[in-house]
Design a protein around this ligand. Structure first.
Ligand SMILES: Nc1ncnc2c1ncn2[C@@H]1O[C@H](COP(=O)(O)OP(=O)(O)OP(=O)(O)O)[C@@H](O)[C@H]1O
Ligand SMILES: [Mg+2]
Length: 652
């Protein structure tokens, strides 16, 4: 017989669940589902906090990330190790002593949750969750050193969470000597796995460098390598301002709570004071539409009155929210980041105007890096391919585009298919822009699609902040940004194809001009002014092959890519378009010698160069044999004129 349990017995079993207990059981919700991802999440939480803190304090961030294999005595190689020590040091403002224990050992404790202002962190759970994971898997407390200024002492703490109470337990608390004048160091010992490639710590740091060119990052890998991502912009992004909620899209329940919590004594005062973009005149208008007195006490508005107020707000014309609460990366910086880290032939970037979802302002930015770069395209067996960027793999021609996603400048590496950015990339009709695309797939070809959502509140699909929820307003903005990038890509591809075929023809002519000149001179018994004839023939060849237009499209006239704003075109002779080196960029000797992604090959660092006919001719003209006689030469010129450009296309 089944045992019978009474309501009283059941009642006795009811207990409150602390947030730490909940997340200990559900650590996968916080990004700690497997050891590889856990290592990434720990680094990510600490680095995001470091960047947020430094930026908020108006300091150009300098961050050092060290991964070491943890073990007593003989540690296994990094690829086989299961225990790691993660240390992240920043030059931020530091943390006052009393705040250190709750920040690192109390879930849902932070300074960013209650404000409407763009920052990487928002939930107040990130670093304490990493500490909890460390405690759970290795039993080691989190170690923190923090110093708030040259005159202040550095404090060393060892803390862990009392999961039953969600309160910090302090094991160590002392003053120590610490060299940096200001900043914070966090050390976590965790169970993890180190693997390179997709969704790795390496990829996260590399993508962070793309979207944060104002940050200097040093990464000591567990294999003993040191990689440095230098700062290329020496100015902080504009400080985002804190704003009040915008009345559009705010939920009914939130309005009720705000009516209850407000300090205002009148309805119009509440509307004008607690929302952004509601002037006293707009507040009066809302009250009138809702048929409510402007002097009514906000606390007394509920039921039908509240509903009328809610409707009136949505139907009144209110200015879009201010965008100074968001600090977009900007087209120039995106271009710079992509150009620095990803090899390609064409780059473009778009920053959309601000928009709103659920009352939260946001800005979408998109970028494209297309092609394999001139070094890859020209690679022959004798001249090996340029080194690939970190995480990049040798791909076949039928590869699909890759989407790199960001939310508030933080790379998102997991749950791609659940993300609004990815869905918008799939929905964009890339075929209109000259690239292949199968049904329901990403476009084909060597292409990196960059999407960034900057907002005061990014709607993540889970606490681990891996994918952006699919709000219609957000997806629409992403699509608009991608369409603009695609349009520019289409223009570039069409122009390049046309220019290339003309240029190929020109090179063929040029190959034979010398022969024709020599042959004519022989016919004339050597009395011919050879230079003049050569010049004339060259003029004809240029004119017949698109003239200056071809030069312009191929970026050989020194001007930028016309009609393509915020774009860079890379040819074997150098980069054209928006300057690849941004103002205030690091002096050349500051660049680290051992950083693979920044290992700009000569073509990268070369500025706008003049075409060298001999070399260009060899590259583009193929291996057409030079004619040996005057007759042969004339025949060859005629043949070249007839030749279809496509027949000579070189496989890239
Ligand atoms: N390196 C640091 N320097 C200064 N303050 C820090 C640092 N790391 C964390 N903080 C402070 O500690 C708070 C808690 O950090 P935590 O990562 O737990 O949450 P969060 O960053 O606010 O949000 P999220 O959970 O989304 O990361 C932050 O809001 C910040 O004020
Ligand atoms: Mg955080």
């Amino acid at each position: 017989m089944a045992t019978v349990v009474s309501a009283v017995e059941m009642g006795a079993r009811q207990r409150e669940i602390s947030v730490s207990e909940f997340f200990t059981k559900n650590r996968h919700l916080l990004g700690f589902d497997n050891p590889r991802k856990a290592l990434l999440t720990c680094v990510k939480e600490a680095v995001d906090n470091a960047l947020d803190a430094a930026e908020e304090a108006g300091i150009l961030p300098d961050v050092v990330v060290t991964l070491e294999v943890a073990g007593n005595g003989s540690a296994p190689p990094a690829s086989q190790a299961t225990r790691f020590r993660v240390t992240v040091i920043d030059n931020g403002p530091g943390i006052v002593r009393q705040q250190i224990p709750p920040i690192f050992a109390k879930l849902l404790y932070g300074s960013k949750f209650h404000r409407l202002r763009m920052s990487r962190g928002q939930q107040g759970i990130g670093i304490s969750a990493a500490g909890m994971y460390a405690q759970l898997t290795t039993g080691k407390p989190v170690q923190i050193i923090s110093r708030t200024g040259a005159r202040a002492a550095a404090h060393f703490f060892e803390v862990s969470i009392d999961t039953k109470k969600n309160e910090p337990r302090i094991f160590e608390n002392k003053k120590i000597d610490w060299e940096p004048e200001r900043g914070t160091q966090v050390t976590l010992e965790i169970e993890g796995r180190y693997q390179k490639g997709r969704a790795s710590v390496d990829e996260y740091l590399e993508q962070t460098a793309i979207a944060n060119p104002h940050v200097r990052l040093v990464y000591h890998t567990p294999e003993g390598e040191t990689r440095e991502y230098p700062r290329t912009i020496h100015e902080l992004p504009p400080q985002p301002r804190e704003i009040k909620p915008h009345p559009y899209g705010i939920e009914f329940g939130v309005l009720l709570r705000m009516l209850h919590d407000t300090k205002s004594h009148s309805l119009s005062g509440f509307l004008a004071g607690d929302f952004s973009r509601v002037s006293p005149a707009v507040a009066q208008e809302i009250c009138k539409t809702a048929k409510l007195s402007a002097d009514a006490r906000p606390r007394n508005i509920h039921g039908e009155d509240a509903e009328a107020l809610y409707k009136a707000i949505q139907t009144t014309k209110i200015m879009a929210p201010p965008s100074n609460c968001i600090s977009p990366i900007g087209e120039r910086a995106i271009l710079h980041g992509l150009y620095k880290q990803i090899k390609g032939d064409f780059y473009t970037a778009v920053t959309r105007p601000p928009s709103v979802y659920r009352g939260n302002p946001f800005i979408i930015e998109a970028g494209l890096a297309f092609g394999k770069g001139p070094e890859q395209a020209a690679a022959t067996p004798e001249a090996p391919a340029a080194p690939l960027a970190e995480g990049e793999q040798q791909k076949d021609d039928d590869e699909l585009a890759r989407v790199i996603r960001y939310a508030n400048r933080v790379p998102l590496l997991y749950q791609q298919s659940a993300c609004a950015t990815f869905k918008a990339a799939l929905e964009t009709a890339w075929r209109n822009y000259g690239v292949t695309q199968s049904r329901g797939a990403l476009p084909g070809g060597p292409m990196v699609i960059f999407v960034h959502m900057a907002s005061v509140w990014v709607p993540f699909t889970s606490e681990s902040k891996e994918a952006i929820a699919d709000y219609d307003e957000i997806r629409k903005e992403i699509k608009l940004a991608l369409q603009e990038c695609g349009r520019r890509l289409g223009v570039f591809l069409r122009r390049r194809e046309r220019a290339k075929s003309e240029f190929r023809r020109r090179n063929i002519f040029e190959l034979y001009i010398e022969e024709v000149v020599e042959a004519c001179a022989r016919l004339k018994g050597g009395k011919l002014p050879k230079d003049k004839l050569r010049m004339q023939l060259q003029k004809i060849a240029t004119k017949r092959t698109g003239g200056a237009r071809t030069d312009e499209i191929l970026g050989r006239d020194g001007g930028g890519p016309e009609g393509l704003p915020h774009s860079i075109i890379v040819t074997p002779e150098g980069a054209e378009g928006e300057a690849p080196v941004l103002p205030g960029a690091e002096p050349v000797n500051d660049a680290p010698p051992d950083e693979p992604p920044a290992d700009d090959t000569p073509a990268r660092t070369r500025r706008k160069g003049k075409a060298q006919p001999a070399r260009a001719g060899k590259r583009a003209g193929g291996k057409a044999p030079p004619a040996r006689s005057a007759k042969g030469a004339t025949r060859a010129v005629k043949a070249a004129r007839r030749r279809t450009p496509a027949s000579k296309r070189r496989k890239r």
